[in-house]
Structure formats: C-alpha cells, structure tokens
Design a protein. Structure first.
Length: 433
C-alpha cells in the first residue's frame, strides 16, 4: 500500500498479508458479537458464486515518516476476517492446499494481524467468544468458499496522510449512516424483496408510506408496532433502533427453498399441518394425528430422509446411562426439539440442526446429577437457567440459520455419571473444554 492512494479495492488476502497494518490504541474495543460473526459468515457462503463481493470500507491513516498503517475505520470487520482466516489455516489445510497457486504456502495465508496484542478486557473476551464460534462453523467453508473468501471478498481501502482528514472521512461515513432511520432501512429491504415486481406495483406499494412524514413513521414503529410485537413475545421494547429491524423482516414468498411453515402463506398453499398452528376440526384433525405419528416414528427410529447414519442419533440410545429415567426425559426433550425444527424448516441443514439441538438438550443432562420431569419442564421454559428458550426461538424464527447460529455456553465440567460418550461428543463439537 502506498501513501495518498486513491480509494481502491483490496482482497481479504491482500489486506491480511499486509505487514504494517495496525490497530491504534485510541480505537474503541472490539465489540462484534457471535451474531455479527454468523451474519458475516452466512453472507460469504451465500454469495460465493459471485465474481466479487464487497465487504465494506477500510479507512487507514499512514503516519508521516513511518510505514505504519493505522486502521481508523473498519477495525471490527478486519479483526473478524483475521479470525476467519486463522480458522481456515488451522482447520482446512487440505482444502487450502488444493487452491494454493504456484509458490504459495499455507503459511502465506496466516494473517499478520495475529501478532497484535490487545489489552482491553472486552476486546479479549469478544475475540475469544467469536473465535470459538468461527472455529466451530469453519467446516461450512468448502474449497470454493475458501478461495472466494481470500480472493474475491474485497474492501474499499482509503489511505490518508493527515490524521484529521482520516477522522473527518470516518465521521462523514458514519454520519451518512446515522441519517438513515430504522424505517428507512426497512423500506429499502422490502422494496428489494419486490425486485421481481413491476415498477408500477412497487410504486403503488409505498404510496401511503411516502405520504407520511419521517416523524410519524418513527413514532408508528417505535411506540406502537415494535412494542406490541415484542411485548406479545415477552421481550423488552424500550427503544427501536437499527439493531432491531429484523423484527420486521419475515418470509420471502419467492424463496427457492420454502420451509414447511412458510408454505401455508404461499400462493400455491398445499402444506396442511403445523404443530403450533390452530387445529382444523374434523377430517383434517385425524389426518394431522396420522401425519405426525409417522413423522415421530421415523425420527425416533432414525429413519430420517436424507440421513443414512448419524453419530448423535446413534449414541443417545447407546451410551451407558441412556436407559435411566432422567436420560429418557432428556432424549424426549431432544426429540421434541428436533421434531419442531423439522416441522418448521423441513430437512434444511438437518445434520447441523441435530448437533445444535443435541447440545441444547444434553447440556442439561451433563449439568445435573439427577434429572426429573420438573427439570425438563423448567429447562424448556428457561426457568432458573441461563440459556435460550429453544422452542420459543424455533416458533419465532423465519430462517433456519436463526436456530443454527444460536450461541450456547461452553461446558468445563459435568455432574452426571455414565455419560462419558456424551461428554466426548461435546468435545468433538467444541462445546466442552
């Protein structure tokens, strides 16, 4: 990188191999969460067929008379990209080796920013938590995704000599973002969802919206729609910000792989049942009972479509303590979660869903020396436990990744006996240290 560079596109590989890139002490802490990390990884996987994918802007100040390149804006993203690159070089060496060009070595892909030392406790904690999640998910990156990540994912890079100019650029970039209200972001999102509609139809859809002034729209969303939606689900609803816009994003009727729960809203509705929907009296009721009886038998008998053999499904009926009353309760909890997931999202990424639901259910088994029916009930309702309410989250999710990206705690010990096979599975899945 040179001084006074015009804004230029640089690949992830080019940036992470830069020796002089630094994060100055005045930078704010690294605050990205597991949710931000999962969204970035999902975006990279989703767009891997594109010729290039722009990840954002990196603003750099080059100190006068020095080779140091201080990151003024883009720290959150560049640290996360560093963690992803490191996870690839650590876990995906076989795939990475097969895409190396000429004289390159795996060591050439190890990001230089790994040499940085962070002192802020929040930064260190978030880096540790996020890397655990990346380390767990990096198996989702196949050879094509790895090549796309390093070579086709790009950042607009701006290098400035004057520190005041660099911060002015940073402020102008962020000020433009602040001018957008949450409802502006929602308008843009939902118009994009209508990209297959005619221009006249798009225009007609927003006519009344355009007639309302921005203050009225802000009040409508912040004081009414957001609060009603959240309070009805037992969620806080104090402030409606950009971070909350997902509350008003839902089902895309034109999605290529519609989930079972979404099919009832489609133009060609044919899917008849959902466990958490109102019962249809008469003939449909009896059909529903027969339908779910077969589905549940298939799951408990390990005859799930698309899955020939699954270690988790085999092990939960085969470990030393599997036939104790408490363990049977836990297995039922797992099956219920899996049945609910399949009912809502079908077989989409089912192997990953099995892992996630297994960790959720069997964390309770490992934490307790004795499991009773009351333990199962309280756990499912999140009474007295610091974990997610899986059933509630499945009910509210509109994308299967909302479930696959749930963060669970890492276990460090266990109180249960005769569960060493379960502990070993947790270790393999990197949920036990």
């Amino acid at each position: 990188m040179g001084t006074n560079d015009m804004p230029a596109l640089r690949s992830v590989k080019q940036l992470l191999q830069e020796d002089n890139l630094k994060i100055p002490d005045y930078q704010r802490p690294y605050k990205w969460t597991v949710k931000n990390v999962n969204q970035l990884m999902d975006d990279i996987i989703f767009h891997k067929e594109r010729s290039a994918y722009r990840l954002g802007t990196l603003v750099i100040h080059k100190e006068k008379g020095k080779e140091v390149l201080n990151i003024v804006d883009g720290q959150q993203r560049i640290v996360t990209l560093t963690l992803i690159a490191y996870a690839i070089t650590k876990n995906c060496q076989e795939d990475l080796s097969s895409i190396l060009l000429g004289r390159e070595k795996i060591a050439d892909y190890i990001p230089k920013l790994l040499n940085l030392v962070f002192s802020n406790d929040m930064t260190k904690k978030n880096i540790q938590n996020n890397y655990r999640e990346i380390d767990r998910r990096i198996k989702d990156f196949d050879k094509k995704t790895i090549s796309f990540f390093f070579n086709k994912c790009e950042l607009v890079t701006v290098i400035l000599n004057d520190i005041a100019e660099a911060f002015q650029f940073f402020d102008s970039q962020n000020a433009r973002g602040k001018d957008l209200e949450p409802h502006d972001l929602l308008k843009a999102f939902h118009l994009r969802e209508m990209n297959k509609s005619k221009e006249a139809e798009r225009k007609k859809a927003v006519e009344e919206w355009e007639d309302m002034d921005t203050d009225k729209l802000s009040e409508l969303f912040a004081c009414y729609l957001y609060r009603i939606r959240n309070w009805s689900k037992d969620y806080s609803a104090r402030y409606f910000t950009k971070n909350n816009v997902d509350v008003f994003k839902g089902i895309s009727l034109d999605m290529h792989e519609p989930y079972p729960f979404a099919a009832i809203y489609s133009r060609d509705h044919s899917y008849p049942f959902q466990i958490d929907h109102p019962i249809i009296n008469g003939k449909r009721f009896f059909e529903m009972v027969a339908y779910y009886s077969k589905r549940i038998d298939d799951i408990t008998d390990r005859k799930i479509e698309g899955i020939k053999k699954n270690t988790i499904l085999e092990k939960i009926v085969d470990y030393a303590g599997c036939n104790r009353t408490g363990d049977i309760y836990v297995r039922n909890l797992f099956y219920c979660g899996l049945i609910y997931y399949i009912d809502r999202f079908g077989e989409k990424d089912l192997e990953k869903a099995i892992e996630k639901i297994f960790v959720w259910a069997y964390s309770l088994r490992l934490k307790l020396s004795r499991v009773g029916l009351d333990s199962i009930d309280n756990y499912a309702l999140n009474k007295g436990h610091s974990h997610v309410q899986l059933f509630k989250q499945i009910r509210e999710a509109v994308n299967h990744n909302d479930i696959l990206n749930i963060k669970f705690e890492i276990l460090k010990d266990h109180q249960s006996s005769k569960t060493e096979d379960i502990v070993n599975l947790f270790k393999e899945l990197k949920y036990y240290e």
